[in-house]
Write a protein that binds this ligand. Structure first.
Ligand SMILES: Nc1ncnc2c1ncn2[C@@H]1O[C@H](COP(=O)(O)OP(=O)(O)OP(=O)(O)O)[C@@H](O)[C@H]1O
Ligand SMILES: [Mg+2]
Length: 246
């Protein structure tokens, strides 16, 4: 019998995150153990305050867990020095923030290539063109963020996360401020990055329709994984959310 080995792009083991101390402390994550397969598209869902952003920040090495481990590939990032972590983030991780974090003095094009420029890496022009065309940003490349709509800024942030072809992209509500057409375009692009280019994506979303583009939905409740669904559809997700929130 042959066995299929699924490669793991990232995983967490018994992840706990406590903010603050004493009476004022908040346990944002209470023992989260999850795996993210290479070339998988996972949606993280759950009510406001359930720990979604905290989980994403810990996975991307932007926040350190109180207990437990985070692996990117085979590397336990909780054991890395700040310098090693910075390098790993630059080389392997793309991040789309809940706020887009664009640099106001740079054009869209410069914002997109900024992570590569910082890392001193060449821009793969063919891939840059593909990213720019599928995010519909071609005629906006010379514009500064203030000259772009919210949706266009969000797409620049999406393009920036993908242009360096990181092994894994973490996106915190990347379609949060988009109308349904721009949202569909960005999600179609993320889907293609997974299906056609073997990209691994972990995306936080409140939107059942957005989550239906993923291969799997993970539901958080009060800092814990409360449910999972394979090949989610918007309808099944809405049903599940209803039953989880009562
Ligand atoms: N820096 C912080 N200091 C203290 N508490 C925090 C901090 N960041 C988050 N929390 C708390 O941790 C819990 C989880 O927050 P988190 O931002 O992960 O939720 P979320 O699921 O992303 O919510 P939302 O959907 O509103 O973005 C919340 O109770 C929040 O108040
Ligand atoms: Mg959040």
């Amino acid at each position: 019998m042959s066995s299929t080995i699924t490669k793991v792009a990232a995983r967490t083991e018994g992840l706990r995150k406590v903010y603050g101390e004493g009476d004022a402390s908040v346990e944002a994550l209470r023992g989260v153990t999850l795996e993210f397969a290479v070339a998988g598209f996972t949606a993280i869902m759950g009510p406001s305050g359930s720990g979604k952003s905290t989980l994403l920040h810990c996975l991307a090495g932007l926040d350190s867990p109180t207990e437990g481990h985070v692996y990117i590939g085979d590397v336990d990032i909780t054991t890395l020095s700040e310098r090693q972590l910075t390098q790993l983030r630059r080389d392997k991780i793309g991040f789309v923030f809940q706020a887009y974090n664009l640099i106001p003095t740079l054009t869209a094009s410069e914002n997109i290539t900024l992570p590569l420029d910082i890392a001193g890496r060449d821009v793969d022009r063919a891939w840059f063109d593909e990213v720019v065309d599928t995010t519909g940003l071609r005629d906006r490349l010379g514009h500064k963020p203030t000259e772009l709509s919210g949706g266009q800024q969000q797409r620049v942030a999406g393009a920036r996360a993908l242009v360096s072809r990181p092994e894994i992209v973490f996106a915190d509500e990347p379609t949060g401020n988009l109308d349904s057409r721009s949202s569909d375009e960005l999600l179609t692009f993320l889907r293609a990055a997974v299906t056609d280019h073997g990209q691994t994506i972990v995306m936080v979303t409140h939107d059942a329709r957005a989550a239906s583009y993923a291969d799997r939905a993970v539901f958080l409740g009060d800092g814990q994984v409360v449910d999972e669904m394979q090949a989610p559809t918007a309808e099944r997700i809405l049903d599940r959310l209803k039953s989880l929130e009562v």
